[in-house]
Write a protein of this length. Sequence first.
Length: 117
Amino acid sequence: QVQLVESGGGLVQAGGSLRLSCVASGRAFGSNVMGWFRQAPGKEREFGARINRSGGITAYVDSVKGRFTISRENGKNTVYLQMNSLKSEDTAVYYCAAGSFTNWLYWGQGTRVTVSS
């Protein structure tokens, strides 16, 4: 089992920045691919970014490329999502997930991000 707790959400003006954190406990953090997903009001949850076990390979949904950066510190059991140049369409609940590229096994409770225009 892996427990995930997100933090760092809040209200920010368009063009601003936020950094989300996700702390994992339980099974070895380093054995999991980590990801960030988001769910906007009235929409389905969508993939945002993921990072491989060592942190050397990342992938992003097109809408956040160049603005968001995912990173991880295995020694701190933490994955981050640095979000810059935020837009109103980034407003969503952001979820941390752990697992593999094809099977996300564990999910956090989410942290809300609201971008005001």
